[in-house]
Design a protein around this ligand. Structure first.
Ligand code: ADP
Ligand code: MG
Length: 312
């Protein structure tokens, strides 16, 4: 096989449930992930990697909050860029090591990636995505007043900021990424869904929002003309009647079947919803197939032997 695959790594590729997020934990998890990716590269696929950043950007925001009297806090877009650098660095190390022991010499590089969103996206009228630390009610009220944040009470733990989650429209670094891929570089891009920016006049301006990483991965895959979009997560695949007695995993589904299950409410927003939507958009836009499977069965999924395959 000599195809191009965009691989979207889920949160569990970097951090497992219950871990605190030390650099050692993240590197150890990424080494396990890198073994799977190296198998795919060894099978002659050209690989572009994307990843989530929820816990990492959350911790960066918390550091900014705690140190705000000492160091000026960075806005969300800059924190997103920091998280791309942090995760990209650890993943580069893990991947280069995994490739080296296999005698493979592919270069690996991370691209700090901006993604253009539309300032008139309806998401800006209705922030939905909780980010960063939990605050006391007093501090939450101060932030709402002083910074114009929108804060919502998050269960009993306190208050959290919510930001809009607009649609990804265009990958700014697309041509840079394409060039790297053509040179044979294993490229890491679109971390955390990319840094959302809007075009104002002749400038790009970073905005306080978060783009869904599965939808951003689909944009990147479609813009690059990749053959396959492979979405790796912490379950074996897509199920209907999830967590009900009649739960059933789907081996393969067409766009039409996926749309029907979507309409029936099988895929909740914020978890399986955006993955199925990304898969459907990718194959509807000319992609050969999209696969949703567990990290542990990445190559098997790519070969149609595991997970859920979505075809036109
Ligand atoms: P990631 O970090 O990989 O994006 P998410 O938590 O966002 O992970 O999405 C994966 C989760 O989606 C699974 O752990 C599972 O609990 C949940 N899920 C919801 N609905 C379904 C479904 N219909 N089939 C499979 N998993 C589902
Ligand atoms: Mg997710």
């Amino acid at each position: 096989m000599d195809g191009t695959v965009v691989i979207a790594l889920g949160g569990n590729a970097i951090l497992r449930r219950g871990q605190s997020g030390t650099a050692e934990e993240q590197l150890a998890n990424l080494r396990a992930t890198a073994e799977q990716i190296a198998e795919i590269i060894a099978a002659d696929w050209r690989v572009i990697l994307t990843h989530g950043n929820g816990p990492q950007v959350g911790n960066i925001l918390l550091q900014n909050e705690e140190a705000r009297h000492v160091v000026p806090p960075m806005p969300l877009d800059v924190c997103g860029a920091e998280s791309q650098g942090q995760i990209g660095y650890l993943l580069q190390r893990a991947l280069q090591d995994a490739l080296r022991v296999r005698g493979m010499k592919h270069p690996v590089a991370t691209v700090v990636t901006m993604v253009v969103v539309d300032e008139n996206d309806p998401a800006f009228q209705q922030p939905t995505k909780p980010i960063g630390p939990c605050y006391s009610e007093a501090r939450a009220r101060e932030l709402m007043e002083r910074k114009g944040y929108i804060m919502k009470q998050d269960t009993s733990r306190g208050w959290r900021r919510v930001v809009p989650s607009p649609e990804p429209k265009r990958i700014c670094e697309r041509e840079a990424i394409r060039g790297l891929v053509e040179l044979g570089v294993v490229t890491i891009a679109c971390g955390g869904g990319g840094i959302p920016v809007v075009v104002r006049g002749d400038r790009l301006v970073g905005v306080e929002a978060v783009i869904d990483k599965d939808l951003a991965s689909q944009r990147l895959a479609s813009e690059l003309g990749a053959d396959v979009l492979l979405i790796l997560t912490d379950v074996d695949g897509v199920a209907v009647n999830w967590q009900r007695p009649d739960q059933r995993f789907i081996t393969s589904m067409t766009v039409q079947e996926a749309r029907k299950y979507q309409a029936e409410g099988h895929f909740p927003p914020g978890s399986m919803g955006p993955k199925v939507e990304a898969a459907v958009r990718f194959v509807s836009g000319g992609g050969e197939q999209a696969v949703i499977c567990s990290i542990e069965s990445a190559l098997a999924g790519l070969e149609g032997k595991a997970g859920t395959t979505i075809v036109p």
